[in-house]
Design a protein around this ligand. Structure first.
Ligand code: ZN
Length: 273
């Protein structure tokens, strides 16, 4: 079987210190947590930044730059910077595109609008087309975040229109309230409808994280874990670091007999330049 790419969602934009004291907030904390996860076996670091004063998600360039510089100086990790802004506090399109100027190898591409609990996560066609064009112009690969089937169909349509270039890379996000549940059926269906030659990874949100990780591992896909998506190590027990969640995947996958991809190997698998 092909090697497994482990991505880590370091902090996201939603989890607060009230929910867990272990969520990284400052640029130093976010970078350090990413570096530890890379040491543990993660080859892709998915990065959001937080306003250190309020703890809220932000698209502030100087904060992204500090995190990116620190990580680049110590690791060969692939960086996937977010363009999602803050779901529910929908930011201006241009603000969401800010991280592209740091030339990451990947940026997130949330392929449609969705209700997330009481919030609306707006990703209208104008934004997606703008983001697709910018990634094409800059040679950055979009990581296609898909929360439900319609989003996968949108990606296929954009591929046909030439707005996305093959091979596509999907990140299936399962278990969000308002999206597809974190079940074997959801994952199987999505993995079967994407264009041949695409790569995919799966995120199980919250309690779905471990089961989706194991499913993705067995099915030959790739996986994302991390505090952005799940703050617990086990029922009622908070995870203390991102590395802890990554290291668990490494242990399971070794027992299963599949190798972990290094960042260099991940670049080849994802067809990055
Ligand atoms: Zn994210």
């Amino acid at each position: 079987m092909n090697k497994l790419i482990i991505t880590v969602g370091i902090t996201g934009s939603r989890i607060t210190r009230q929910q867990t004291p272990y969520i990284p907030i400052t640029p130093q904390e976010i970078a350090q947590s990413g570096i530890e996860a890379w040491r543990g076996g993660a080859s892709v670091l998915h990065i959001h930044v937080r306003d250190p004063k309020t703890g809220l998600g932000t698209q502030e360039l100087s904060l992204f730059k500090e995190v990116v510089d620190r990580i680049r100086s110590e690791t060969d990790a692939i960086l996937c910077l977010t363009t999602s802004g803050i779901p529910g506090r929908n930011l201006e399109f241009q603000e969401r595109l800010v991280p592209l100027c740091l030339n990451p190898e990947l940026v997130s591409f949330d392929a449609g609008t969705i209700n997330m609990r009481e919030n609306v996560f707006l990703n209208p066609p104008e934004f997606l087309e703008l983001l697709a064009k910018e990634t094409l112009a800059k040679g950055i690969k979009p990581e296609l975040e898909v929360f439900e089937v319609g989003m996968a169909q949108t990606c296929i349509r954009y591929l046909e229109k030439g707005l996305l270039k093959p091979p596509l890379h999907f990140q299936f996000v399962l278990g969000i309230v308002g999206g597809m549940p974190a079940t074997a059926k959801s994952l199987l269906y999505l993995s079967e409808i994407i264009p041949e030659g695409s790569t995919w990874s799966v995120i199980g949100i919250g309690p779905g994280q471990l089961s989706m990780t194991v499913m993705g591992m067995v099915m030959g896909g790739h996986v994302r874990v991390g505090l952005e998506d799940n703050i617990y190590y086990s029922k009622g027990v908070l995870a203390k670091t991102n590395a802890q969640l990554v290291e668990r995947v490494v242990r399971i996958v070794k027992e299963f007999g599949r190798d972990i991809a290094t960042p260099q190997e991940s670049r080849k698998i994802l067809n990055l330049k």
